[in-house]
Design a protein around this ligand. Structure first.
Ligand code: UD1
Length: 343
């Protein structure tokens, strides 16, 4: 079976994807600089799959590290590029860090692909490229809006870089996946999301509140033009999301892609408000989440959810988890962190 290089493979979405790749029979080598994850994640992956993925601690912005990696692993046929910084707020205060990490990593990998016989790259993009969409659900044809943060801009620029490089005659293919809001954890509770410090994203903040690490969850605004006034997102289960990467890899390696660059929205097609999500969590787990409405958060989009039809029909992928199950998985993971004395 072919080997896949997973950059950022100890991170949240990366680790779940490594599990699915290994369960599909792929050999994996992870490279991660552990800037926002830990080596223990490799143990979690091994406990779930019975296979320990190869792990290289290193930074993809360093070309020499990557050259050595490709020399050591001559059987890499595909890359899934998760290695990137992803905190929207931090990107505003540290733009150089974000442009360097996210763009230099991508450039280095693209530069090495053809000479090392790599047939394709799956790229982690985001629904953030659509900004505040003119209509919902959002299809892949929706216009790209000016990015509101350096983080969002790195995703837009990365998509353009991939397109320019492939149009210039590179022989590899790419599948660009635009994720909506990935949430939940592996049902084994062996891996999940583990943000550093105070969580910025809704679900980790919610589960940390439910377990008593945080006093209350702030709901950012109830005066939006939505049925209950809180923002609407498309919350996609991380394991469902991970499976899409395996399908995308297969498409490229088995020459099933319709174009050298393909772009897919990955979401459920279901818009859910913040207040609805709190309710689903409480009903699914029986645990109350103390919360309070506060002012809007700067830069938030009012409502965005995916039209996943193109991914359903062309990629042959569909989100199947229920939101209640996803919330239970997030809660099981939070409790596991507590048992292990991590959180
Ligand atoms: C943001 C980015 C997205 C990025 C993702 C991962 C934008 C527009 N979106 O998604 O591109 O991939 O982060 O980091 O840049 N909320 C609360 N209280 C909280 C936290 C969040 O009410 O304590 C609300 C937010 O207002 C939002 C929803 O929950 O309506 C989801 O927020 P969050 O999890 O931070 O994700 P996004 O902002 O949608």
């Amino acid at each position: 079976m072919d080997r896949i290089l997973v950059t950022g493979g100890t991170g949240y979405i990366g680790s779940h994807t490594v599990v699915e790749l290994q369960q599909a029979g792929y050999k994996v080598v992870i490279i991660d600089n552990l800037s926002n994850s830990s080596r223990d994640v490799v143990d979690g992956i091994e406990r779930i799959t019975g296979v320990r993925p190869d792990f290289v601690e290193g930074d993809c912005t360093d070309m020499e590290t990557l050259i050595k990696l490709f020399a050591d692993y001559k059987d890499i046929k595909g890359i899934i590029n998760f290695a990137a910084s992803k905190a929207v707020g931090e990107s505003v205060s540290k733009p150089i860090l974000y442009y360097r990490n996210n763009l230099v990593t991508l450039l280095n990998l693209l530069e090495l692909m053809d000479s090392n016989g790599v047939k394709g790259m799956v790229f982690s993009s985001s629904c953030t490229v659509y900004g505040e969409p003119d209509e919902n659900p959002v299809t892949e044809k929706a216009p790209i809006k000016k990015a509101t943060s350096p983080y969002g801009n790195t995703k837009q620029i990365s998509e353009e870089i991939i397109s320019d490089v492939i149009n210039a005659g590179a022989s590899f293919k790419s599948v660009i996946l635009r994720y909506f809001n990935p949430v939940g954890a592996h049902p084994s509770a062996e891996i999940g999301e583990l943000p550093n410090g105070v969580p910025q994203n809704l679900i980790p903040y919610l589960t940390q509140t439910a377990i008593g690490i945080r006093n209350e969850l702030s709901v950012f605004g109830d005066d939006y033009d939505t049925p209950d006034g809180s923002c609407i997102r498309d919350y996609i289960n991380v394991v469902d999301l991970a499976k899409a990467h395996v399908i995308a890899v297969e498409r490229m390696l088995q020459d099933k892609s319709e174009n050298k660059i393909e772009i897919f929205n990955l979401g459920t097609g279901q818009g859910v408000s913040v207040l609805e999500l709190i309710n689903v969590f409480e009903e699914a787990t029986g645990v109350k989440v103390p919360h309070r409405i506060v002012g809007r958060r700067a830069g938030d989009i009012e409502k965005v959810w995916a039209d996943p039809l193109y991914a359903n029909e062309v990629l042959g992928w569909k989100a199947t988890s229920t939101l209640a199950d996803t919330m239970r998985s997030a809660w099981a993971w939070q409790k596991r962190l507590r048992e292990r004395g991590i959180m």
